[in-house]
Design a protein. Structure first.
Length: 674
């Protein structure tokens, strides 16, 4: 039986893309295709955790799935002992391949003895990474990455039964600069191996490819995808390449993108050529593998922090995935002085709301249905008189809708605000009181903005092109002198750019694309600190820490980037100001088992990092200050339950995490496209 990955490719191979490759031959031409599908994923469910079988707690990282000739499913993957939350395992200690079997893809899975052990006597093998297994002519081939004194290598072992493995006597198939994460597909009359590589020392991160007719002898390398990121400023972002053919299109999955738990997808009619401009979707998964069990297509998630392997339905859809609002749930103080919490119902994505019974209190009303079915949780604008304006993306991403609060706290009807769009907009307020919104088009097609014609009015300007990079929704901060400043990330998250008002309530500068860091793992966070300076917080690629860049002085230029402000994080942190102006920052580590916290001192310096909670958390918390000046935090768990933690006094310490009602909300991975 052939690998399920090969099945997905082979079904369209005779009709799918290829061009002359320079890799020792020509591949068949592509069938004409007019429009690619967009790729997303449904909710992930737990598939297999090796720790559940007893013994030391271990993780599964890069892995593969294959169904044997007898129908049994086999899972092989990188493994190692788990480390305490917030720490990073030593990948150099990954010296065994985990193995598990199941009668069906969905389980139950049984832990088996290691499939392969590192062998230092085999051409200096140092580690075992990223196995990929396929079957051909009765033999199973396992391709994997291994180090050695002569550099990174891709090795091969074979087996007649998926149990006993023998390494190729002649040694590594080839070596490279960082060569790893091999994936092999049949394309026409060739085998093609895609793998993670670099274009040269300090060069761009790439997906490289080699071809073969016998799975043993491979051509010289060719580049099939080049990321703007380079080795000088980034951890690899072309890991775990995986290629699927469907309806005349080829889809390249690679990451991490949008943090550790993220994979982007690119579509091309040529399996040997993909570009960052061919973005076709996103799945919130690390080391994603695509697999079919005859009943549909699935995608997996695993990794150092993921407690095993998870499975979600893979969605092939006609519309682009949308970026979720950063806050889930979303919380805001309204004109009556009461906090409002907004979320989506998990069954039908109808907007629901819960409101404080009195300003500054710790008691709340019941959840109530409050809106239509939406694609995103809402974002907010606050008029100078305290009235809210609420913006959200309609179901299916067809356009934006908004609703305006009245002075007595009641609300207008929902009104069309234009579209289509790719996310709920960012909202800022001009010094003269006029709200201004900044929106990204579907799949990052454009940035645009519009503004109130008068402060607090319900009539708005037409949409106007805003230009700039479109790798996610923009964010907006306000300088101490009242000038707004907008930040946006590149299409491949290769940069952060910013643009600012030249005068309060006035026109705009050109985009400055050198704000950095380059690249950026996620849409950044911006806040104004206790000294009146804007501070920008950016997730490093791979989710490995958060960098901080403050202004040198209020409304002034910028200091250099500062290193690891917070540890590994699922997204750029939540940052909120206490009543005295000091900022508080919160970040959740991948896997959701740890929330960390730092707070600002009166002189603008920051405290040491501390543990603030142990979850489980799906995303960074939402935050807002109540009428009494206390910050309220809200965090959602993977199962949709919500908890809250509240300051004991304005600018003071914190209480304990408590359940926030017993109703489930839609568990959306905030900050990512879905």
């Amino acid at each position: 039986m052939i690998s399920r990955r090969r099945l997905l490719v082979a079904t369209a191979a005779t009709a799918a893309a290829a061009a002359t490759t320079g890799l020792g031959g020509s591949l068949p031409p592509a069938r004409a295709a007019t429009e690619h599908a967009w790729v997303g994923a449904g909710a992930f469910t737990h598939l297999y955790d090796p720790a559940a079988s007893g013994g030391a707690a271990q993780y599964i990282n890069d892995h593969c799935l294959i169904r044997a000739t007898d129908g049994t499913w086999h899972l092989f993957g990188i493994t190692g002992n788990t480390v305490p939350p917030g720490q990073t395992p030593d990948s150099g200690l990954e010296r065994d391949f985990a193995h598990a079997t199941a009668p069906a893809l969905t389980g139950p899975w049984t832990r088996q003895a290691y499939a392969l052990h590192v062998d230092p006597d085999y051409y200096g093998e140092e580690h075992l990474w990223a196995p990929y297994v396929l079957e051909h002519d009765g033999t199973y081939y396992m391709f994997y990455a291994a180090g050695g004194q002569d550099g990174p290598a891709v090795n091969l072992a074979t087996s007649p039964d998926l149990e006993t493995w023998t390494r190729l006597p002649s040694g590594p198939l080839f070596r490279g600069l960082v060569a790893r994460d091999p994936f092999v597909a049949r394309v026409g009359d060739h085998w093609v191996m895609y793998y993670c590589e670099m274009a040269g020392p300090g060069g761009n991160h790439i997906v490289a490819a080699r071809t073969s007719t016998d799975l043993v002898h491979w051509s010289a390398a060719s580049t099939v995808f080049t990321d703007p990121a380079t080795g000088a400023n980034s951890a690899p972002v072309t890991e775990s390449p995986f290629v699927v053919a469907r309806d005349g299109w080829w889809y390249l999955f690679t990451g991490p993108r949008g943090g550790y738990e993220g994979t982007d997808v690119y579509a091309s009619t040529d399996p040997m050529s993909f570009t960052p401009g061919q973005y076709a979707g996103h799945v919130p998964a690390h080391a994603a593998e695509v697999v079919s069990d005859g009943g549909g297509d699935w995608v997996t998630n695993c990794g150092w922090y993921e407690a095993g392997v998870h499975l979600a339905p893979l969605h092939w859809q006609s519309t682009a995935p949308t970026w979720q609002s950063r806050d889930n749930p979303a919380v805001v103080l309204d004109v009556t002085g009461r906090l409002n919490v907004f979320a989506l119902d998990p069954a039908d994505r109808i907007l629901i709301r819960r409101v404080q019974t009195d300003p500054g209190s710790d008691t709340w009303g019941d959840w109530e249905q409050w809106g239509p079915s939406l694609d995103t949780t809402p974002t907010f604008g606050v008029n100078t008189d305290g009235r809210l304006e609420l913006f959200a993306l309609t179901e299916g991403g067809t356009g934006l809708t908004y609703r305006v609060q009245k002075a007595n706290g009641t609300w207008s009807d929902w009104v069309d605000f234009g579209g289509p769009a790719g996310a709920a907009p960012a909202v800022g307020r001009n010094l003269d009181g006029r709200l201004e919104v900044f929106a990204v088009g579907p799949a990052g097609a454009y940035l645009t903005h519009r503004w109130q014609n008068q402060p607090g009015a319900e009539n708005w300007s037409d949409w106007e092109t805003f230009g700039g990079p479109t790798g996610g929704p923009p964010i907006v901060g306000t300088n101490a002198d009242g000038r707004m400043e907008v930040f946006a990330i590149g299409a491949a998250r290769e940069l952060i750019a910013h643009r600012w008002q030249n005068a309060p309530s006035g026109g705009w500068s050109d985009w400055d694309a050198a704000f950095g860091p380059t690249p950026c793992g996620d849409v950044p966070t911006v806040a104004r600190d206790v000294q009146g300076r804007l501070e920008v917080f950016a997730l490093n690629p791979y989710g490995g820490g958060v960098a901080l860049r403050p202004q040198q002085a209020p409304s002034s230029g910028w200091s250099p980037w500062q290193g690891d402000f917070l540890g590994v994080s699922v997204a750029s942190p939540t940052v909120v100001a206490s009543a005295d102006g000091r900022l508080e920052a919160f970040a959740v580590a991948p896997g959701g088992t740890l929330m960390t916290h730092r707070w600002q001192q009166a002189d603008g310096t920051w405290s040491a990092r501390e543990t603030f909670g142990t979850g489980p958390y799906l995303a960074n918390p939402s935050a807002a200050r109540d009428a009494a000046g206390r910050i309220h935090l809200f965090a959602v768990a993977p199962d949709g339950t919500v908890s809250t933690c509240v300051q004991t006094a304005p600018s003071g310490g914190w209480g304990t995490w408590q359940p926030f009602g017993n109703r489930l909300i839609a568990a959306l991975p905030a900050g990512q496209a879905t």
